[in-house]
Structures are given as structure tokens and as C-alpha cells.
Write a protein that binds this ligand. Structure first.
Ligand code: FEO
Length: 169
């Protein structure tokens, strides 16, 4: 049995994941417009992952016999001063998402909702990777401030990222 409070918390998290997808799509469009197609690709793959997270949470709620609540997805920021600013925002955003996930884990423990706790642990682990990846790229982008030519190598490297469905059928 899942509580109303948990249904609301997981529905809000699904909304946050779709907002993340929208934010990364806006970032990808910004990078593409600035001719950084590799960075745009990395961010677009990020968009697809976030969409998969949102849908996965909705499916989990349905599997628990709950009715997910769908809410408006707010408009994302659409432009940044430069790539350093953009990736600092990626890091800050992932840290924010980690906080949201941890709150759900706390609530699951408080409610002795083992099914949700088990479910949300995947996201606890995922956030460790999300933060580490974002921090690594942000640090590399920052280094290019003194070596602007290096941004093109980084752009090429980020262009190689491919989407891998985290929840294949
Ligand atoms: Fe779904 Fe980037 O966390």
C-alpha cells in the first residue's frame, strides 16, 4: 500500500525529471546554436535519459495501483553566458535533484515503504554518477577558459555519447 503523500512525492519527482529533460533540451539547443554540436549531443542524450526517468517513475506508480498526478512543467532558462556557466548550472541542477531523491528515500524509510525505498535506491545510485559526470565535464570546460582551442577537442569527445535506454523492455 502506497500512501497519498508518497504518490504526491513520486509524482512531483516525475515532474522534476521531465523539467530536467526540458532544461537539458534548452541547453542542447543553446549549445547547438553556438555551433558546439558535441556538447549539444551530450545534453540531448541527457534529455532522453531524464525523459526515461520520468516515465519510469510514472510506470512505478501505476504498478503500485496509484494514479500519478500530472502537473505543469515550468519553462527552463534558455541562454547562458558561456559553456562554463552552462555546465556549472548542470552540476547545481544535479545536486538539487539528488536532494529531491534523498527526501523521497527519507520518506520511504519514515513510512516503512520498502517497495518505494527499493525503487528509489536506483536513483540514489544514479545521482552519484550524474553528479560525478557533470562535475568532470564542468571542470574540463573551466580548464578551456585558459586554452580556448581545447574546447573543440572536448566538443568532439562529447559528441561520441550515445543514448542507452536505462530501462530496456
Ligand atoms: Fe534524472 Fe539527471 O537525474
Amino acid at each position: 500500500m502506497i500512501s497519498e503523500k508518497m504518490v504526491k512525492a513520486l509524482s512531483d519527482q516525475a515532474n522534476a525529471e521531465f523539467y530536467s529533460a526540458y532544461l537539458y533540451l534548452a541547453m542542447s539547443a543553446y549549445a547547438d546554436s553556438a555551433e558546439f554540436r558535441g556538447i549539444a549531443n551530450w545534453l540531448y542524450v541527457q534529455t532522453r535519459e531524464e525523459q526515461a526517468h520520468g516515465a519510469h517513475i510514472v510506470k512505478h506508480l501505476l504498478g503500485r495501483g496509484a494514479v500519478p498526478a500530472f502537473a505543469e512543467i515550468k519553462a527552463p532558462q534558455a541562454s547562458w553566458g558561456n559553456m562554463t556557466e552552462l555546465f556549472d548550472r548542470v552540476v547545481a541542477h544535479e545536486k538539487h535533484v539528488t536532494g529531491l531523491i534523498n527526501k523521497i528515500a527519507d520518506l520511504a524509510l519514515e513510512e516503512k515503504d520498502h517497495a518505494t525505498y527499493n525503487f528509489i535506491l536506483w536513483y540514489v545510485n544514479e545521482q552519484v554518477e550524474e553528479e560525478a559526470d557533470a562535475e568532470e565535464i564542468a571542470a574540463k570546460v573551466k580548464l578551456t577558459e585558459n586554452h580556448p582551442e581545447q574546447i573543440y577537442h572536448l566538443d568532439n569527445a562529447l559528441g561520441a555519447r550515445k543514448f542507452k535506454d536505462p530501462f530496456p523492455d
